[in-house]
Design a protein around this ligand. Structure first.
Ligand code: ASP
Length: 361
């Protein structure tokens, strides 16, 4: 019997559902996560569960016996990484996550050397992968493709889970998971992730990590969000509508220095000029006031943290890197552990790992 929900509605009907309603289709029958497509699938309880599992995994992985135990968890499964968009951290951390759990991996990164070049549809390519693999981790420039593929596979005779590793300028749910995990760890001994102010700065219009994280933060009590960007790159109205609906306090600003003293976390992002509609469009925007250097550091509370999904250009000065509040390198490593936790949960290993942790640590 299938362990996950079948999408027993036509694609167009499914596509038109609000994201919250789609979530039920994306879960295992017992309610745990199956396909991971967007941030709206995660609530506070699930985020805390994943963080706990990630903490257990990183502790277990410190010993040789623990490493061998983890590698026995999913050694009978294979993962395909289909990345038709550039990636360093997401790609490598997913490969590492699979290795930690003993999964074998294969990859397609250049579709010009796959059968897509011969005119094969993406749908047929994905169905091909599902013949050989047990999990597809995909990053593509097309908004909504991961969702469509999840629908296709769930209704096929060989359903396998899909993890969205970045879908166009739309969503990057696992980046948001590692961002939340970083915030949870940073504030765990200081009253937790509640009653905080998070400042987002940079290209908020096209930065998919901001869209996903802004939503995930709405799960936590009294998190104020401040969006700092040059006007043409300010956060999209649909994100603000969600915040309005959820009664979340927020503000939009174009003055980074003015809001830094209020921040518990500053989340810097790069200009996403790969989405420019005309050549040099971003270069014509004055972004000089949306950078974090030593002057901004001097305004930051001693207890606040600086985050960045990376890669960075010059929006955070390298002079800031040595400051203990610079969290972006640890944030990146947290990505490997939370992605391992996610895959472990998808394959039903959560309890075995937590039991091992309890018995040995
Ligand atoms: N690595 C992040 C992403 O894939 C952020 C970025 O590229 O700016 O969206």
């Amino acid at each position: 019997m299938r362990k996950h929900n079948i999408f027993d509605i036509p694609w167009k009907t499914f596509q038109a559902l609000p994201l919250e309603e789609k979530s039920a289709y994306l879960a295992h029958r017992d309610g745990t996560i199956y396909h991971t497509l967007f941030a709206q699938q995660f609530d506070e309880a699930l985020l805390e569960r994943l963080a706990l599992l990630a903490n257990a995994i990183r502790a277990i992985a410190k010993t040789r016996a623990g490493t061998a135990f983890l590698q026995s968890q999913v050694c009978h499964k294979r993962a395909m990484l289909y990345f038709s968009q550039p990636s360093s951290r997401t790609f490598l951390s997913f490969i590492s996550a699979c290795q930690i759990l003993g999964m074998k991996t294969a990859e397609v990164r250049d579709t010009s050397i796959s059968s897509e070049f011969k005119g094969e549809s993406k749908e047929d390519s994905i169905r091909t992968f599902s013949s050989y693999f047990d999990l597809i981790i995909m990053r593509t420039p097309e908004k909504g493709l991961a969702e469509q593929m999840a629908w296709t596979l769930s209704n096929s005779d060989r359903p396998i889970p899909i993890i969205n590793a970045g879908s166009g300028p739309d969503q990057h749910p696992t980046q948001a998971l590692l961002d939340i995990y970083t915030l949870l760890r940073s504030f765990e001994r200081r009253g937790g992730l509640r009653d905080r102010t998070v400042v987002f700065c940079g290209d908020l219009l096209r930065g998919r990590t901001v869209r996903s994280l802004s939503y995930l933060l709405t799960n936590f009590s009294n998190i104020r969000q401040i969006f700092v960007a040059p006007e043409p790159l300010q956060i999209a109205p649909d994100v603000l509508e969600i915040l309005d609906k959820k009664g979340v306090s927020y503000a939009c600003s174009n003055n980074l220095q003015a809001v830094i003293p209020e921040a518990d976390a500053v989340y810097m992002t790069r200009i996403q000029d790969e989405w420019d509609k005309s050549k040099g469009e971003s270069a014509r925007i004055d972004t000089s006031h949306f950078k974090f250097g030593l002057n901004e550091l001097a305004l930051l509370s001693p207890r606040a943290i600086i985050m960045h999904p990376l890669p960075r250009r010059d929006e955070i000065s390298t002079e800031v890197d040595g400051d203990p509040r610079a969290m972006y390198w640890r944030q990146m490593r947290n990505g490997m552990w939370i992605r391992t936790a996610l895959i472990a949960m998808v394959f039903g290993c959560e309890h075995a790992i937590l039991d091992y942790h309890r018995a040995n640590f």
